[in-house]
Design a protein around this ligand. Sequence first.
Ligand code: ADP
Ligand code: MG
Length: 269
Amino acid sequence: MILQIKNLSIYIDDRIVLDSINLDVKKGSTTLLLGKNGAGKSTILKSVIGFRFSKFFGDIFFENEKISDLKINEIANRGVFLQFQNPPEIEGVGFLKFLKTAYDENFEFEKKRFEILVKNKKILTNRLDEEKTRFKKFLNITEFKKFCIEEIKRFDLPIDFFGRSLNEGFSGGEKKVSELIQMIILRPKFVMMDEPDSGLDVDMRKKFLSVLRKMKKEFDTTFLIVSHYMDFSLQLLPDKVFVIENGKNFLEGEKDLIKKISSVGFENL
Ligand code: ADP
Ligand code: MG
C-alpha cells in the first residue's frame, strides 16, 4: 500500500466532518473517491497533503512512513501532489520559475534522502539501481527549460505558458493543463485530484485521460481521484472505488459499483 489512512476523524468548528475514515491505496492503482456533495471527500485529500484541522485524530501513512505529523512541503517532497479543484492565480510568479523551484526543492530532498540511506546501508544492493534512476539529475535553468519543453511535447500538451505568471488569467481549461504540466515535470509518485472533470470539454477530457495513462505506464504513478461524473469515473478505469457518506466509509467496490450509482444514485444504494 502506498497510502494508508487509519481511523481519521476531523472536526471543524466542533462539527464532525470525517468520522473514523479508513482508506488504503495500492501502489500503481487508480482509486476513486465518490460521494454526495459535502460527504467529506475534499477534506480527506486536504488532510493527506497536510492541511491540519484543529481537532484531528488518526494516522496517515505514505510508503509506511507516518505523515500525519508532517508539514505540507515535507509531504509534497515525498512525492505527493494535490491537484486543486480551483488552482490559485499567483501574480508575479513566472510559470517556469515556479516549476524550477519545486523541482529543485525536490531534488535537494531526494539527494539528502539518498545519501542518508546509503550511509546507513539502508538500501539493499538490488534496489540501488532503482533508487538511482528515481534520483533526478540537477539541471541549470537552460537545461531545465529544454527538459520541460521535451516532456511537454512528448505528452502532447501546449508549451506556451512559460512567459506567463502562474495561472494568472488562465482559462479553466488552461489551469487544468497547467496542473498536468506540473505533474509530468515533477513526476510525483502519488497524485490526488479533486474533481478534475469539472469544466473539461470533450477534447480536454480525452487529453487528460491520455496523460494519466501515459504517466501510469511510464512513471508508475498512483492516482486517487474525486469525481462527480460516472461516465468519466468509468473512463478512468479505476481498480478500486470508495464511497463516502456523511464523513464515514459507506461502500467499497470496483467498476460495477460506479454503474450501480449511475443507475440508482447515491440515495438508493
Ligand atoms: P465534499 O468534497 O465531499 O463535497 P468537503 O470535504 O468539502 O465535502 O466538506 C465536508 C463537510 O465539511 C461539509 O459539510 C463542509 O461544509 C464542511 N467543511 C469543509 N471545510 C470546512 C471549513 N473550512 N469550515 C467549515 N466547514 C467546512
Ligand atoms: Mg469537494
